[in-house]
Design a protein around this ligand. Structure first.
Ligand code: NAG
Ligand code: NAG
Ligand code: NAG
Ligand code: NAG
Length: 183
C-alpha cells in the first residue's frame, strides 16, 4: 500500500517535472521560478545629517525627552532623503534618493534599524525602487541589511545590501552601498 502510494507520488513528481522542463508555458501546474545568478551593483549614498546646517538630508524627528537625539541613543528616529550617486564624490551623477527612516533600536546604544527605499530616477534602473530593511551596526562599521523587494527592474528581488561608511563619524556620510540581488 505504502509502496504503491510512494511510486504514484514519484510518477506524479516526474510528470510535473517533465511539464516544467519541456513546456514551460504550460498552465496545468505552477512551475518553480527559474533560479538566476545574483546580480551586483554599487551605488553611493550621500547623507548629510542635520547639524547646524540647512542643507541636511537626514534629520532626527523624535526621541526620548531630555536625551540627545542621535543614532546611538535608543529611541531616536531619523527621516532620510539622501542622494544616491554613481561614485563616492558628492558631485557625481545623481541616480536617485535613499528615502526612509533610521531608528536607534538597541537599548545599549549602537545598532539602528534601517528602513530605506532606494528610489532610482536616472540610470539603468530609472523608475525602479529597492526596499531595504534590517539592523545596522554603528557608523563607521560595515553593515548588511536585507533586500525585501522592489518595483520594476527589482520586482520579486531578494538579497542583501552592504553599507560601508567611507567618511568616519561626522555629519557628512558617504556610504558605499553594494547591492546583491536575485529575482
Ligand atoms: C547649501 O546648498 C546650497 C545649494 O546647493 C549651496 O549654495 C550652499 O553653499 C550650501 N550651504 C552649505 C552650508 O553647505
Ligand atoms: C526617468 O524615467 C522617467 C519616467 O519614465 C522619465 O520621465 C525621465 O526622463 C527619466 N530620467 C532619466 C534621467 O533618464
Ligand atoms: C529595467 O526595466 C526596463 C523595462 O521596464 C528594461 O527596459 C531595462 O532593460 C531594465 N534594465 C535593467 C538594467 O535590467
Ligand atoms: C556637529 O558639527 C560639529 C562641528 O561643526 C562637530 O564637532 C560635531 O561632532 C558634529 N556632530 C555630529 C553628531 O556629527
Amino acid at each position: 500500500m505504502f509502496t504503491r502510494k510512494a511510486s504514484a507520488f514519484a510518477l506524479h513528481v516526474s510528470f510535473v517535472l517533465a511539464i516544467c522542463l519541456h513546456t514551460p508555458e504550460a498552465t496545468l501546474v505552477s512551475c518553480p521560478p527559474p533560479s538566476s545568478p545574483p546580480n551586483t551593483f554599487v551605488v553611493y549614498v550621500q547623507a548629510t545629517f542635520a547639524n547646524g546646517t540647512n542643507n541636511f538630508t537626514a534629520i532626527p524627528v523624535a526621541g526620548i525627552d531630555g536625551k540627545e537625539f542621535s543614532l546611538v541613543q535608543f529611541g531616536t528616529i531619523y527621516v532620510n532623503d539622501d542622494y544616491i550617486t554613481t561614485t563616492a564624490s558628492p558631485t557625481s551623477a545623481i541616480l536617485g534618493r535613499a528615502r526612509g527612516t533610521l531608528t536607534a533600536t538597541a537599548l545599549a546604544g549602537g545598532r539602528f534599524q534601517v528602513s530605506i527605499t532606494l528610489v532610482f530616477t536616472s540610470g539603468v534602473y530609472n523608475g525602479s525602487s529597492l526596499v531595504l530593511l534590517g539592523s545596522a551596526n554603528p557608523i563607521p562599521q560595515v553593515s548588511q541589511v536585507a533586500i525585501i523587494g522592489g518595483t520594476n527592474n527589482f520586482t520579486y528581488a531578494t538579497g542583501i545590501a552592504e553599507f560601508q561608511p567611507l567618511s568616519g563619524v561626522g555629519p557628512n556620510q558617504v556610504i558605499k552601498t553594494t547591492v546583491t540581488y536575485k529575482i
